[in-house]
Design a protein around this ligand. Structure first.
Ligand code: CO
Length: 480
């Protein structure tokens, strides 16, 4: 069996902990005052059982707080129902993205329908003034941003229909509102597009778009006037989802004879104002979108098909590193509002994933910089950070021996003029020293400013957000 040097990143965190002042090599900018809160698997095992896919592990929150050049840190499991049941039974209790929960005959008799997981392991956001960890089932988990204690499931005061959602809602700073969608499967399939005011618990259904077979979509885009869904030909078999007992994602089928379809939906009326098709492709992450000269421009990370999902099963990650697809192609799709075909251009030859931008300044607008993780060679998973200047078509790379970086979060410096004035925060696994560190890069020069060393490793995670206020008693501004 081939042993990949990055395999430590898929083994459980050794402990939950809290540290007030971590050792720092270098200097943290004194203006950096706030907290980076992230979520991702804390363990991929329960008792004697293993989850099968990287996206399945039980969620653990991680928090880095910055004040006066010092950094404190805490990590804690998110105590979702899925977590508590797993702990009390000593086995996997709820099905996840790529793992089914096997129940005994007696359990199936008393509880025949599979329960949706609330294991919120994908992203952090704010809903109705609460800090929540979220996944693709519509059950955000509220936590205390100070202690990282789990508080409760977030309850919406509405009846917007849907059972599947995205962990990447969009925030409209002009309207001070969240836009997102649910996939509704009952009684017929539709996409429910909704809006929710920043301080509200109530979603407003803007539009309901009927669909025969919903596509698996991890993110979407937003422009000034539109919501853009991209329906890849990875289509849900609803009966199979309800009856097959297969893991969630295995109820979707890749249909290579079908196109990818972009739906341009009015934020005001919820109606599909235009749709356009392109050659089939798959994507997890849209990067940004905007309207320009009668076109909608959508930047995203594309794959020629959905094989990337298969390649992120643990068996592939741990035993067949050479088969792992760790990053995709940064493409720009142009969708003319009077044509039914979307064309793309490739913005960089560097592979990119987990893309971030200066969100508050650039989302829905033309922009210049994309930050992401990348891969320098096949078989080495994610081993570099990349900054892409999409206007000048240049890239800057950060790499360090045996180091595996996570999602680069951009934090703008105060009172800036340039889009890239600020820092990049990325949690990096060092396979040599067997621990993780927080890397602080100057986002403009791409030079290292500091490494903040942790006493142990953290499993690879997915997404996180930076919040200005360490003590979030006042309204906290979300940067994405
Ligand atoms: Co994501």
């Amino acid at each position: 069996m081939a042993i990949a040097p990055y395999q430590l990143g898929f083994s459980a965190a050794h402990q939950e902990g809290e540290f007030n002042a971590l050792p720092i090599q270098g200097t943290i900018p004194s203006w950096l005052r706030g907290s980076l809160i992230r979520t991702g698997p804390g363990t991929l095992e329960v008792g004697q059982q293993s989850y099968h896919h990287w996206f399945d592990g039980l969620a653990m929150l991680r928090k880095f707080s910055f004040e006066d050049g010092r950094v404190s840190f805490a990590n804690r499991f998110l105590e979702s129902q899925a977590y508590r049941e797993a702990k009390s039974k000593g086995k996997i209790s709820r099905g996840e993205f790529g793992t089914t929960a096997r129940h005994s005959f007696l359990e199936r008799l008393t509880d025949p329908l599979p329960r949706l997981t609330d294991n919120a392991t994908v992203n952090i956001t704010m809903q109705g003034d609460r800090f929540v960890s979220v996944t693709e089932s519509p059950f955000p988990i509220i936590f205390d941003p100070q202690s990282l204690n789990t508080i409760d499931q977030f309850h919406y005061h509405d009846h917007v229909p849907g059972q599947i959602t995205t962990a990447h809602p969009h925030f409209d700073y002009r309207e001070n509102a969240v836009y997102s969608y649910l996939v509704n499967l009952i009684p017929r399939c539709s996409y429910s597009i909704y809006r929710m005011d920043a301080h509200s618990n109530e979603r407003t259904l803007i539009g309901s778009i009927p669909v025969k077979q919903p596509a698996y979509m991890h993110t979407f885009s937003m422009t000034e006037h539109y919501i853009i869904l991209s329906e890849y030909p990875l289509k849900l078999n609803r009966l199979s989802l309800m009856l097959s007992g297969k893991p969630y994602i295995e109820n979707y089928q890749w249909k290579s004879d079908k196109q990818t379809r972009f739906l341009i939906i009015s934020k005001e009326t919820g109606e599909v104002v235009h749709s356009a098709e392109s050659e089939p492709f798959f994507s997890f992450h849209h990067v940004n979108a905007f309207e320009q000269n009668g076109e909608v421009v959508v930047d995203l990370i594309a794959y020629s098909d959905s094989a990337v999902i298969q390649s992120l099963y643990l068996e592939s990650l741990l035993e067949h590193p050479e088969q792992v697809i760790a990053a995709g192609e940064l493409r720009r799709y142009r969708i003319p509002l009077n044509e039914a075909i979307a064309h793309f251009e490739v913005l960089t030859s560097e592979p990119v994933e987990l893309p971030r931008i200066n969100y508050q300044r650039c989302n829905t607008r033309p922009y210049q910089f994309v930050y992401g993780v990348g891969s320098s060679r096949s078989g080495n998973f994610i081993d570099q950070l990349v900054k892409v200047d999409i206007q000048n078509r240049t890239t800057q790379i950060w790499r360090s021996p045996d180091c595996y970086p996570g999602e680069p979060v951009f934090v703008a410096a105060p009172n800036t003029t340039s889009e890239d004035e600020g820092v990049i925060l990325s949690v990096v696994l060092n396979a040599q020293t067997q621990n993780s560190f927080l890397l602080v890069l100057d986002a403009q020069s791409w030079n290292e400013l500091a490494r903040v060393e942790l006493p142990y490793h953290l499993p690879f995670d997915f997404h996180g957000q930076y919040f200005d206020a360490i003590v979030p008693t006042e309204r906290t501004q979300l940067h994405r």
